[in-house]
Design a protein around this ligand. Structure first.
Ligand SMILES: [Zn+2]
Length: 166
């Protein structure tokens, strides 16, 4: 199956260490494999794992489970929302979630509005010249790992940050 092969190929990486376990994802035959937009987003998402995990000697099963859970939900929910929630879980697992209500750039307190840098580091929108998001919703997301209360526009902004790389 060509689309399944595309997935295998994209997650294979240079040395193929990540391949054997993830290959099974496409063999499960997820129904969204034939939906162009969902497949494209999946491709964008898993593409970020290879550079991120390249240095690891052994791949923590956490990443496989994270992707498997995401793939199961992919058909029913906005995939960008799933990407944001998965990424929060990943940052938390790696101890990189930065729940401080202070700007990463100027160290000033973050009030109602927040912007996120790569790895979802909080900043003032003016400090990084980025669109503002409501701080309360973002810190709720950090705590709950749930993005249900964010609207699609906000999800789009978060997705763009994730796409800068893990
Ligand atoms: Zn600042």
């Amino acid at each position: 199956m060509q689309l399944g092969n595309l997935i295998d190929f994209e997650i294979e990486g240079e040395d193929g260490r990540f391949l054997p376990r993830l290959r099974s994802l496409s063999h499960i035959g997820f129904p969204w494999l034939f939906e162009r937009n969902r497949l494209l987003l999946w491709h964008n998402f898993i593409q970020k794992f290879d550079p991120h995990l390249q240095e690891a000697d052994e791949i923590d099963p956490f990443y496989f489970h994270l992707l498997l859970q995401a793939a199961k939900r992919w058909k029913k929910q906005n995939p960008k929302r799933i990407i944001c929630e998965s990424y929060i879980a990943l940052l938390d697992h790696e101890g990189r979630l930065y729940p401080e209500e202070h700007c990463y750039i100027c160290e000033g307190r973050i009030e109602e509005e927040i912007a996120l840098m790569q790895a979802f580091k909080p900043a003032h929108p003016r400090c990084i010249y980025s669109p503002a998001l409501p701080s309360k919703k973002i810190f709720d997301l950090f705590r709950s790992h749930k993005a249900t209360f964010l609207d699609d526009h906000e999800i789009d902004l978060l997705y763009e940050v994730v796409m800068k790389g893990f």
